[in-house]
Design a binder for this molecule. Structure first.
Ligand code: GAR
Length: 203
């Protein structure tokens, strides 16, 4: 059977990207990363791609006059690689309806909260501000509404009394690095079935 392929979209550090390609290398995920795409020419994720011998493309938002043109260019680049899956890993832009609809069921994202709580930016700080005792991360399919698609995997961490944004974020990140490769593996094993809002994980 043909090996599955994916592209990763990342805007910065790229530690989730790294966690996923590490698991590919170990044979845990049976698929190939064909490209890293970033909107940020200074993203550390580019260094990670270079080290791993993965091609990268920069589609910089600033090079385009508006969001529509930016997304057209982004879609062109993605289409060139014809991936089975698009993985958003710390990609800090909201994608428009056209691209989201085109890749319905084939685009996933990770968010550092237990959705539907604390969508959007600074999710970990939002959890602290609210005073929750449990926080975590969510891997979900991407739909038109921000951070609102069907949930694939969630992992939890306990919030400690002396946590600040940095300490809580770093413990959540450890769980992200487990959850995201797990979800990608399930996708390529064809074990994820979207049923309305729910994602059934097939045995
Ligand atoms: C991760 O914590 C990810 O969950 C978050 O950005 C970080 C990226 O880290 N994503 C979002 O907040 C998306 N709304 P990384 O670049 O090291 O993977």
């Amino acid at each position: 059977m043909k090996q599955g392929t994916f592209v990763v979209l990342a805007s910065g550090r790229g530690s989730n990207f790294q966690a996923i390609i590490d698991r590919v290398k170990e044979g845990f995920i049976h698929a190939r990363c064909v490209c890293l795409i970033t909107d940020n020419p200074d993203a550390y994720a580019i260094t990670r791609a270079n080290k791993a011998g993965i091609p990268h493309e920069v589609v910089s938002y600033k090079s385009f006059s508006d969001k529509i043109r930016y997304e057209e260019a982004l879609m062109e680049v993605i289409a060139r690689y014809n991936p089975d899956l698009i993985i958003l890993a710390g990609y800090m832009r909201l994608l428009g309806d056209r691209i989201v609809d085109t890749y319905h069921g084939k685009m996933i994202n990770i968010h550092p909260s237990l959705l539907p709580a604390f969508a959007g930016l600074h999710a970990q700080q939002q959890a602290l501000d609210y005073g929750t005792k449990v926080a975590g991360c969510t891997v979900h399919f991407v739909t038109r509404d921000m951070d609102a698609g069907p949930v694939i995997i969630q992992r939890t961490v306990l919030v400690l009394d002396d946590d600040d944004e940095e300490s809580l974020s770093s413990r959540i990140l450890i769980e992200e690095h487990q959850a995201y490769p797990d979800a990608v593996r399930l996708f390529f094993e064809h074990r994820l079935r979207i049923e309305g809002r729910r994602v059934r994980i097939l045995p």
